[in-house]
Design a protein around this ligand. Structure first.
Ligand SMILES: Nc1ncnc2c1ncn2[C@@H]1O[C@H](COP(=O)(O)OP(=O)(O)OP(=O)(O)O)[C@@H](O)[C@H]1O
Ligand SMILES: [Mg+2]
Length: 341
């Protein structure tokens, strides 16, 4: 990304600072020739929110992020980041954002600290603040002990966390993370999520990230499911699950037929199937004790199933998201200084 320069900010900027929205996207479109990568998406992200774009390969996640980061020009529609228009005020937008690309963009022949210092110059972090800021961001991602080590000696997860630290160096108000955990083992992914939450808590930063991992989208405050360039659902993880269907409570009892008839008589929707009675209900966990009492027979096993995000994706797209899709390593590195096209 080009170095940021100070520009005169319009009066609207001070008004924008008091607003609660960090990102405002309206009918955003991106066409590459005949390919319509993003087909008119609209969403808002509140300040301090962790917002996930969830979708399979080619859904348009990176293209959306690139438009918000001023690295790709929208074909149509509008987007504001930190109150500034990505098309008309790109420099003001760039000064307020941190970006971690899907592809790694560290110089692995430099140490962690050297990478950060280089970035501090590019982003014009005031010289007297640089040391304190480097200390802080390395601590935020638990890499203080590795600051003098070459990045070539880092594991994939450590390099990723250093990129996140670098994205935070100039104290952005919005941090964009494109597939921050792709290709990492589950333990490292969990550590990365600890980092993300810590950044939000300690720096108050708004985080917009992309992922195709169903399980980790659950950590976000809200999720937009994007498929073929369109948002097909947008809500909190819990609300999305509620839209998909009810919980099921499976009771294995001494007399399933009797239990089922009593539950049905009490107004529960249930099925007696095989070894158990299955009751369809909202908020299954809190209903368990009541259902057992109504069944009135000894219960040997209880299992509560809530719809998962996999169910949510299937519900809204008609397809299953394949877990292995994200392991693909992109072959073409898009460098940080890529032009807008
Ligand atoms: N520079 C480009 N030129 C032409 N087509 C492009 C370009 N960038 C993206 N596309 C196309 O736009 C669509 C969306 O791509 P995008 O990279 O945004 O998807 P994504 O959701 O980030 O996928 P992934 O999970 O693989 O990263 C794809 O069909 C892709 O081939
Ligand atoms: Mg992508």
């Amino acid at each position: 990304m080009p170095a940021v320069t100070t520009i005169a900010e319009p009066a609207a900027a001070s008004a924008a600072a008091g607003r609660t929205l960090a990102v405002e996207v309206s009918s955003l479109v991106k066409r590459y020739g005949v390919v319509e990568a993003v087909k008119g998406v609209s969403f808002d992200v509140g300040r301090g929110e962790i917002f996930a774009l969830l979708g399979p390969n080619g859904a348009g996640k990176s293209t959306t992020i690139k438009m918000l980061c001023t690295l790709a020009l929208p074909t149509d529609g509008t987007a504001r980041v930190g109150g500034f228009d990505v098309r008309r005020q790109p420099k003001a937008v760039r000064r307020r954002i941190g970006l971690v690309f899907q592809e790694q963009t560290l110089d692995d022949q430099l140490t962690a600290e050297e990478n950060l210092r280089f970035h501090a110059v590019l982003y014009r972090v005031p010289r007297h603040e640089v040391d304190a800021r480097i200390d802080r961001v390395l601590r935020l991602v638990a890499l203080e002990g590795r600051r003098k080590d070459l990045v070539s000696t880092f594991s994939g997860g450590m390099a990723r966390r250093l990129e996140i630290a670098r994205g935070m160096l100039h104290t952005p108000t919005v941090l964009f993370l494109d597939e921050p955990t792709v290709g990492l083992d589950p333990q490292t992914r969990a550590l990365m999520w600890d980092d993300v939450k810590r950044l939000r808590e300690e720096e108050g930063v708004t985080i917009l990230l992309t992922t195709h991992y169903m399980d980790e989208a659950e950590y976000a405050d809200r999720i937009a499911i994007i498929d073929h360039g369109q948002i097909v659902a947008l809500d909190s993880p819990d609300a999305l699950k509620r839209k998909v269907g009810q919980d099921t409570v499976e009771l294995t009892t001494a007399d399933n037929a009797l239990a089922a008839s009593r539950l049905a008589a009490a107004g529960s929707r249930c099925q007696e199937g095989g070894e158990a009675v299955v009751v369809f209900t909202t908020d299954g966990e809190s209903q368990v004790a009541r259902l057992i009492e109504i069944a009135g027979v000894p219960v040997s096993n209880v299992h509560v199933h809530r719809p998962t995000l996999d169910d949510v994706f299937l519900h809204f797209t008609g397809r299953q998201i394949r877990e292995d899709q994200g392991e693909r390593v992109p072959s073409m590195a898009v460098r940080a200084r890529a032009g807008r096209h």
